[in-house]
Design a protein around this ligand. Structure first.
Ligand code: AMP
Length: 300
């Protein structure tokens, strides 16, 4: 059984101290699906405009990403995001967000995709995330992500969504913004009180913390010599983690730790180059090799 992801498919313009790119393939659903598809079949629910380059459709198809739920809308323009990063590469500074096709998007999950094993509600308007959630039979695992943009503009909808998810992924700044707590442990506890069974707080190059009611786990990030563009790190982390968890029978604590390690490994490939440039070239063999190395350097 497969994974369903609802999120953005975007054209990103990015500036980092190591270069810049204009209108390259991005979006939360894109990054997630390109990584989760190493583990399981992934189908996308999203919309793009008629200006969306055909070469990107071909690329997603080549990576076996299911596009039955991708609505290519005549007369609309694709979602665009532009952002820049300073030297620490820790925080994305949004220059512009053009919702375009997502402004009046009414997601429809095709009948054949309504029974996914895992559902990932990637970063997008929480009202759209809720609409997708309502259309599927309860999956074994529901995870979601969000960002400062939606925490600020759609807080009520996001809190409503959190009542219905198992795993909530967000970065440290967003955890503080959402909960009003400066201390991360307190912020995570507060986030858990909104309903999710677990919260994963992403801390960029400092790794992640997994919190549930009676267990927490800390993982470093995979240490790299070259980091060129952190865009998509969060979504590909989710792709590795949820992708792996969709293949295991029971979601035990050790399985969660392994999922987090796969997430960290996939995110580490993403940031080595702009957009999906590195991801599109890796194989499962590369992933396994880095995973084994990660295991070795984090055990004591
Ligand atoms: P991350 O994994 O957090 O770096 O997410 C990067 C992706 O998020 C980029 O490719 C953007 O296209 C996408 N993105 C940025 N802002 C938004 C937004 N407001 N809604 C949905 N997706 C967004």
């Amino acid at each position: 059984m497969s994974i369903l992801v609802a999120g953005s498919v975007a054209l990103d313009s990015i500036r980092t101290p190591f270069g810049n790119r204009k209108e390259i393939l991005g979006g939360s659903a894109t990054f997630f699906s390109m990584t989760a598809s190493f583990f399981n079949k992934v189908n996308i629910v999203a919309a793009v405009g008629e200006d969306f380059p055909k070469k990107y459709i071909a690329l997603l198809k080549k990576k076996s990403v299911g596009l039955e739920g991708l609505d290519i809308r005549k007369g609309s323009k694709t979602f665009r995001w532009s952002g820049k990063y300073e030297y620490d590469l820790g925080t994305a500074h949004t220059i512009a967000t053009h919702l375009n096709v997502f402004r009046d998007f009414d997601p429809k999950v095709p009948g054949s995709l309504r029974r996914p094993r895992a559902l990932f509600l990637a970063n997008i308007d929480p009202d759209l995330q809720l609409k997708v959630l309502k259309q599927v039979a309860r999956p074994k695992l529901v995870a979601c992500d969000s960002m400062n943009y939606w925490i600020q503009s759609r807080r009520k909808s996001l809190i409503k969504l959190l009542k219905n998810v198992d795993v909530f992924l967000l970065n440290d700044g967003e955890a503080r913004q959402l909960t009003g707590e400066g201390n991360l442990l307190k912020a995570a506890r507060r986030a858990l009180s909104y309903g999710p069974k677990a919260v994963v707080v992403k801390k960029g190059e400092h790794g992640v913390i997994y919190f549930s009611r009676n267990y927490h786990f800390i993982s470093p990030a995979y240490l790299l010599e070259t980091v060129r563009d952190p865009t998509g790190a969060g979504d590909t982390f989710a792709g590795g983690m949820i992708g792996y968890l969709s293949t295991v029978k029971g979601i035990s604590a050790p399985a969660i730790c392994r999922g987090i390690a796969y997430g960290s490994v996939l995110a580490s490939f993403t940031v080595e180059d702009f957009g999906i440039d590195r991801l599109r070239r890796i194989s499962m063999r590369d992933i396994r090799r880095r995973y084994e190395h990660f295991k070795k350097i984090t055990r004591f």
